[in-house]
Design a protein around this ligand. Sequence first.
Ligand SMILES: Cc1cc2nc3c(=O)[nH]c(=O)nc-3n(C[C@H](O)[C@H](O)[C@H](O)COP(=O)(O)O)c2cc1C
Length: 237
Amino acid sequence: MRHNEGIYRKVNVVIYYSNTDHSKRIAEYIAQQSGFPLSDIFDLTEYTFDTAILVFPVHCQNIPQAVKILLDQLRTKALIPIATYGKMCCGNVLYEIQKRYNHIITAAAYVPTKHTYLHENEFADYESLNPILSKINSREKIVIPKTYKNPLSNICKGLRSRMGVKIYKDSKCNNCGKCNAACNNNAIAYGKTNRKCIRCLKCVEQCPQKALHFISRLPMRIYLRKKKYDKLIIYVK
Ligand SMILES: Cc1cc2nc3c(=O)[nH]c(=O)nc-3n(C[C@H](O)[C@H](O)[C@H](O)COP(=O)(O)O)c2cc1C
């Protein structure tokens, strides 16, 4: 049985949007501890829930597009958004969710994880997320304060990632097309990316031949050298 079968009969859910599995692993922990069914954001066909826990990465200090589309469709009595971020800047995404979407937020968190473009340790302290688990049946609304977001971060988001990171294939590529199937943006064909690519690196992660690689270009490397902001922030009442 697939992990997410049966969610349509139940009223609670843990939804994840994840490209390199950091958010997915956190969602799996929360689903396991709460007993809520787990679903990939792209497998959802039902959008009405009692409590929805939504785990997703911060992209360029913003809410990823797939998450925005979901938030437009979601009908839930309580929402618990959990944003993972690569210790650069979490932006203001939880505050933006509170402001833009008409959901009652009963708990929320920013979780510092391994950055997609850096070789470093992954987030492992899952038990530090337990205060959220104690609030999953709450209907008490919380207020999320505004956090710092670079005022330029809304400009050319996709382009910045595309310019900063290059994806390339080596001779091990056998044109199996798994990268085409893995990509949620139709942004790659047989190892060659197009302008829709956001450099999420899902294709690199999932290539069965390990034929796809990435390099960060100089401006990205300089940016990633910045002092890291390594803080777990949990909002509960
Ligand atoms: C396109 C892109 C943009 C990102 N932007 C940020 C950012 O602005 N700040 C940050 O701290 N981390 C950023 N990250 C890092 C991810 O938020 C972080 O690694 C996250 O855990 C990845 O989650 P996933 O494996 O579930 O996709 C970015 C990653 C990608 C791929």
